[in-house]
Write a protein that binds this ligand. Structure first.
Ligand code: FE
Length: 213
């Protein structure tokens, strides 16, 4: 699998779907589902949500939120390094940021990249607001939180809300909760094909081109 020479909405969509498809045999660290099942379960929850329903960018972000965890190493900018808990790998360092940068380079909007790039901070945010949330995290997720900076304190949370805005923080938190809920064995979900049009549409919107920076 190689990055297409010409990045168009449809070539990028096909490439991302191929990466996702190939994650069917990659275990989702410390959880009983594959990376692909996890991604599809997150996206399914985005499809199902109401009040308000999720827009295409949020659905696509839910599907791609862990792309920094399993995209081919040679396509990611920056250092790819595993976090090791002592009993094995608990994922790549900064997979959220790696993923956001990767998607930015492929031409995705700021919103998609923010939702992907903030899904780890969202866990830190939620753990700061709600200690019951922390208690409910899986052991693997509690373990990786240690590497991720621990829960946000009051001041950090205030600055976070101020910097990103309330609606974006709402969607960041939603993606995070779908992430937490996307670890169920044997659940029925829509397949990858369901997202083909949404991804292409998001990439095509506003005639967006691959950013130069
Ligand atoms: Fe995830």
């Amino acid at each position: 699998m190689t990055l297409p020479e010409t990045l168009t909405p449809s070539s990028v969509t096909d490439h991302l779907l191929a990466i996702l498809a190939s994650s069917a045999h990659t275990p989702y660290i410390g959880e009983p589902v594959s990376q692909l099942e996890h991604s599809l379960q997150c996206a399914q929850q985005a499809l199902n949500v109401s009040n308000p329903s999720a827009d295409d960018e949020t659905i696509v972000a839910a599907l791609l939120h862990d792309i920094g965890q399993f995209a081919p190493e040679d396509e990611l900018e920056g250092t790819v390094k595993d976090m090791n808990s002592g009993s094995g790998s608990v994922g790549r360092y900064s997979h959220d940021e790696l993923g956001a940068k990767y998607l930015r380079g492929l031409g995705f909007s700021k919103k998609v990249c923010t939702l992907v790039g903030e899904h780890v901070n969202a866990k830190r945010y939620l753990c700061g607001v709600d200690s019951a949330y922390f208690e409910k995290l899986s052991e693997a997720s509690k373990e990786s939180l240690r590497f991720q900076g621990g829960p946000m304190d009051d001041e950090e949370r205030r600055m976070y809300e101020e910097a990103l805005g309330r609606d974006v923080v709402r969607d960041i938190v939603r993606v995070r909760k779908w992430d937490d809920g996307g670890k169920v064995v044997g659940v029925q979900v829509e397949g990858l094909e369901r997202y083909k049009t949404s991804i292409t549409k998001v990439l095509e919107r506003d005639g967006r081109k691959v950013p130069e920076e």
